[in-house]
Each structure stands twice: as structure tokens, then as C-alpha cells.
Ligand binder design. Structure first.
Ligand code: ADP
Ligand code: MG
Ligand code: ZN
Length: 515
């Protein structure tokens, strides 16, 4: 089974990776995903400090999150509520009683030298999330089992200054910002995901994407991967096809985009297949994903749970959510993404492909909200999938992060439908809204973008076009109605595209006796 082993010339004798398809013929991957979601609560997990992203360093800190002696933590009720709601949305059981635990390790961005987390008593456990993957043979569904959802607090952020790479090696000094220390996190841990075969990279990506949409629909986090409010650790192991005992896993930390999740799984499969082919053992370690190469490099060898000396945090009372309150939260859950997809597909009569385009563009909730704000589904889809998707790509932001609301898009669509704007003008209005010039109506007013359709202003432009183009006018008078296009063009030019072209044409023909 083990063929000739090629050494990787770029490194110290690490076995060369095996091409993905080849690896998949001989090995079966097992995945595990640990996702951290930073909650959007106004205050931190155990103190009342603010949580605004991007504030000046160390301005959102207090004795509790700096762990000054004698300071005592108090649980943020909204964070518990968010955790319960996510647990319910993931079909988990909610513990009637659970505690926080101290996870002890030293890291300079963690002032207490322990992190308050949950260990053997997570708030939510035993759930599942169904995800769909597109395959050449059509969509395939996978059920991802959720082991647990637990609450914890984020660490601060260290920056290494003076080096070329921004990493600690070669840096002159490091600075630390504790603003993020103590921000509430939920960690969502899957059970090992088996039987995906060569779809493993896509299943991992689909899971993170579905989880992100679910969290977003609950409104508990802005889940921006690029800002780190959703971060994913990707565990991968390989076993020979047909084996039942899982292989040793590696854990690639803090993968920061959906595309990177997919690439991290793929490259780990290729790397580990090389290691196994060479007769070596995969080391249990954390690895770091490299954006530029799409591969991973070794980090630290992985601690075992006992290294963390977990014990219940004596400073905090247990969390005991009242079952009646949990049921209230369950009843108050919004429509979740899977249900939303099924509903819009039926209501808007979408084909599988049209639905897939909406899902791939990450536009379904936005389009749905735009329809709720009064736009016809076709218009709402058109705006989000064309003009706005293009601008999001141009600015390298997610569609949902564009500074325009579904209600504003619906208003633009309405202005087009009522004839106040042409499509071309509407795009300028959208540009204005995105520039922060205000609501669509304010942009129309401020930029003077209304279609010129009132007869006196339009009439003046028409008269001028006729006077400026006597030979064209003559042809039209002589019955060559098709020549009117040239005069309509002149009117459009004179009104900077703001004329109602149909009305202009009609006036031209009337004035020249050709109507
Ligand atoms: P740790 O806290 O050390 O990261 P966990 O028990 O939380 O360990 O597991 C991490 C993730 O890895 C979980 O999603 C789990 O399902 C998954 N996992 C466990 N064993 C394997 C394996 N052999 N191969 C792939 N994934 C695994
Ligand atoms: Mg872990
Ligand atoms: Zn604080």
C-alpha cells in the first residue's frame, strides 16, 4: 500500500503531500469543528465593560476583566439567554444546572492566567445541524452532531511590534490590548464527522456557513469571520478506508473565512496522507493556516485536558435556567435558515439553481427582508444578486456588511417601479446610500436624480433637440419615425440621463406631426 515516498525538497525531510484524489482513494477523513462565536452583547461576560469593536486599546477594561485582586465576576444574563437560544436552535438539550470552570494556562493576553469556561457541565449538549452540499449528482444532506455549546470569555489581543512578519519571532517588543478580554464567547463543538469521503472539505465549509447563518438569524452576533467574531478550529484525521478506529487528529486554529475552512481540510488531508504513506505517525498538534499557501504549519503540541487543571470556578454561582423560561425562549425563536430557504423557494417559485445562487451569494435573508419591506421578490433578488453583490466583491466585504438596509433597497425598487427613477439613476441612488449620503429619498433630492418627466422641463429639452438637429427632424416629419432615436438620445444627454425616454419619444413625435 505504501509506495515510493517522495521527500518534500522545501523542508527537512517532511514527507511530500499526496494529491487529494489519490489520498481519498486510500484514506477516510474524520472531521471535528470547534467554532467560537463572539456574542454581540453590550457588555462583557462577567463585568459591565463595553464591547465596542475597534475602540482605543485598553479603554474598555475594569478591575474584573483585568483580574485585579478582590474583583468578582457576575454572569451576563443576556449572554446566557443567547447561549440557550443557540442551543435550542441546534436541537440541543439545555442543562437545568451547570457551572463555570477555570481553565488554567498562562498567556500574556489573559490577565487572570485562567480562562473562565465550561468543562464537564456545558449549558447545551447533544444537538445536531443538517447541512447541504452540492455534488455533481445533486444536493446531498449531512447531519452534523453537536456535542456541546458552552459559554466562556475571550482573551485580549497581543501585537508584536518591530518584526517583519508581525509574529513574536524577530519582534522588538509586544503590546497587549485587554479590550477583548472578557467578551462573551460561545464555543460550539461537533462530534467527529465521519463518512464524508472526498466531500469532507465541502461539508466543513457548509457546516460553518450554516452555523454562521443560524447565529445571524438569532441576532446574537454579527458573525464576521474577517473581524474574528466567528473563528473556527478545524480538526482532521485520516484512517485507512474500511478502518473503524479514528486516526490521530491535527487541529488547525483560528481559520478565518469559509474558503479557508475548505482549504485547511483539503491541505491537511493531503499532508497527513503523505505522513501516513511514509510510514510515519501524525502528531497530535495545533497547526496554523497560511492564507498565502493554503497549507498549514505546525504550532504547539496539543495539551491534554488534565494539563488545564479544570475545576469549578468558586467565584461564580451555578447557572440554572428555569425550564419555563427555556420554553419561552424556544417559542420565541425566529424562522431558522433551513425553514426560510424552504419557504422562499416555494413562495417565490424558485428553481434549485435560483435558490442555490441566493444561498451562494449569502443573500437569502437580505432578499427576504427586502421583500418584507415591500419589494417584489424578483426586484429584491435582482438588486442583491447583481448591483449589490458586485459592490460587495469590489469592496471585499460580505453582502450583509454593505451599509445599505433591505428597507432602503426596497425603497429604491419602489422609486423605479413608480417611474421616479430609471435603473441607471437607481444605481446612482444606491451608490449615494452606500456612500453614507442618507436614505434613497435624501440622495434623490441632494443629487437631483429624479427622472425629468414633467412636461415643461422635458418639453424644453425636446424643443432644443429638434432645433439642434434640423435634418433629423426633417426625416421624422417625412415619416421616418425610426430616426426619433437620435433625438431621444440628444434629450437624454441634455438631461444627464434623467429623462423619461418613453415620454420624450412621444413628445418628439407629437411635435413633428408623426405621432
Ligand atoms: P480539544 O478540546 O482538545 O480540542 P475536543 O474533545 O474538544 O478536544 O475535540 C475537538 C474536536 O475534534 C471535536 O469536534 C471532536 O469531535 C473532534 N475529534 C475528536 N477526535 C477526532 C479525530 N480522531 N479525528 C477528527 N476529529 C476528532
Ligand atoms: Mg478544543
Ligand atoms: Zn471589565
Amino acid at each position: 500500500m505504501v509506495g515510493a515516498v517522495t521527500r518534500n525538497p522545501a523542508t527537512d525531510g517532511t514527507p511530500a503531500p499526496v494529491a487529494f484524489d489519490d489520498a481519498m482513494r486510500r484514506y477516510a477523513p474524520v472531521l471535528g469543528l470547534e467554532t467560537h462565536v463572539e456574542l454581540g452583547t453590550a457588555s462583557k461576560m462577567f463585568c459591565s465593560c463595553a464591547t465596542v469593536f475597534g475602540a482605543a486599546p485598553n479603554t474598555q477594561v475594569c478591575p474584573v476583566c483585568l483580574a485585579l485582586p478582590g474583583a468578582l465576576p457576575v454572569v451576563n444574563g443576556t449572554a446566557v439567554e443567547s447561549a440557550v437560544r443557540l442551543g435550542l436552535a441546534l436541537n440541543c438539550s439545555i442543562a437545568e444546572w451547570c457551572r463555570f470552570a477555570r481553565k488554567n494556562y498562562f498567556y500574556p493576553d489573559m490577565p487572570k492566567n485562567y480562562q473562565i469556561s465550561q468543562y464537564d457541565e456545558p449549558l447545551c449538549s447533544d444537538g445536531h445541524l443538517d447541512v447541504t452540499v452540492d455534488t455533481p449528482d445533486g444536493p446531498r444532506e449531512f447531519r452534523v452532531e453537536i456535542e456541546r455549546v458552552h459559554m466562556e470569555e475571550d482573551t485580549g489581543k497581543t501585537a508584536h511590534v518591530g518584526g517583519a512578519t508581525g509574529r513574536i519571532h524577530g519582534a522588538e517588543y509586544s503590546i497587549v490590548d485587554y479590550n477583548r478580554a472578557g467578551i462573551p464567547l460561545l464555543e460550539i463543538v461537533t462530534r467527529p464527522i465521519e463518512h464524508t469521503g472526498d466531500l469532507a472539505p465541502l461539508v466543513a465549509r457548509a457546516y460553518v456557513s450554516e452555523l454562521r447563518d443560524l447565529v445571524r438569524s438569532l441576532g446574537i452576533s454579527d458573525v464576521r469571520m474577517e473581524e474574528g467574531s466567528l473563528r473556527c478550529d478545524v480538526n482532521v484525521s485520516l484512517m485507512p478506508v474500511g478502518a473503524t478506529e479514528w486516526g490521530t487528529r491535527s487541529e488547525t486554529k483560528n481559520v478565518n473565512s469559509l474558503r479557508s475552512v475548505e482549504r485547511a481540510v483539503r491541505s491537511e488531508i493531503e499532508r497527513q496522507a503523505g505522513v501516513l504513506d511514509a510510514g510515519q505517525r501524525v502528531v497530535q498538534e495545533t497547526r496554523h493556516f497560511q492564507e498565502n499557501t493554503g497549507g498549514t504549519v505546525a504550532g504547539r503540541s496539543k495539551e491534554e485536558a488534565q494539563d488545564y487543571r479544570y475545576f469549578p470556578d468558586p467565584d461564580l454561582v451555578p447557572v440554572a435556567p428555569d425550564p419555563a423560561w427555556v420554553e419561552e425562549l424556544r417559542a420565541g425563536l425566529p424562522e431558522l435558515p433551513a425553514a426560510l430557504r424552504a419557504r422562499v423557494k416555494a413562495e417565490w417559485s424558485l428553481t434549485d439553481e435560483e435558490l442555490r445562487d441566493l444561498v451562494n451569494a449569502d443573500a437569502i435573508a437580505l432578499v427576504s427582508a427586502t421583500v418584507d419591506a415591500g419589494a417584489p421578490p424578483a426586484d429584491a433578488r435582482k438588486w442583491w444578486l447583481n448591483e449589490l453583490s458586485r459592490r460587495a466583491t469590489e469592496n471585499e466585504v460580505e453582502l450583509a456588511a454593505l451599509p445599505i438596509t433591505p428597507a432602503q433597497v426596497a425603497r429604491v425598487a419602489a422609486l423605479v417601479a413608480e417611474g421616479t427613477l430609471t435603473n441607471k439613476l437607481a444605481r446612482q441612488v444606491v451608490e449615494g446610500v452606500l456612500n453614507g449620503e442618507g436614505d434613497p429619498d435624501q440622495v434623490v433630492e441632494a443629487r437631483g436624480l429624479k427622472v425629468v418627466s414633467d412636461d415643461s422641463a422635458l418639453g424644453a429639452a425636446v424643443d432644443r433637440a429638434i432645433a439642434d438637429n434640423p435634418d433629423v427632424a426633417e426625416k421624422i416629419r417625412g415619416g421616418k419615425v425610426a430616426a426619433a432615436g437620435a433625438l431621444v438620445g440628444a434629450v437624454m444627454k441634455a438631461t444627464r440621463g434623467q429623462a423619461d425616454a418613453g415620454r420624450a419619444r412621444q413628445m418628439i413625435l407629437e411635435r413633428l406631426g408623426a405621432a
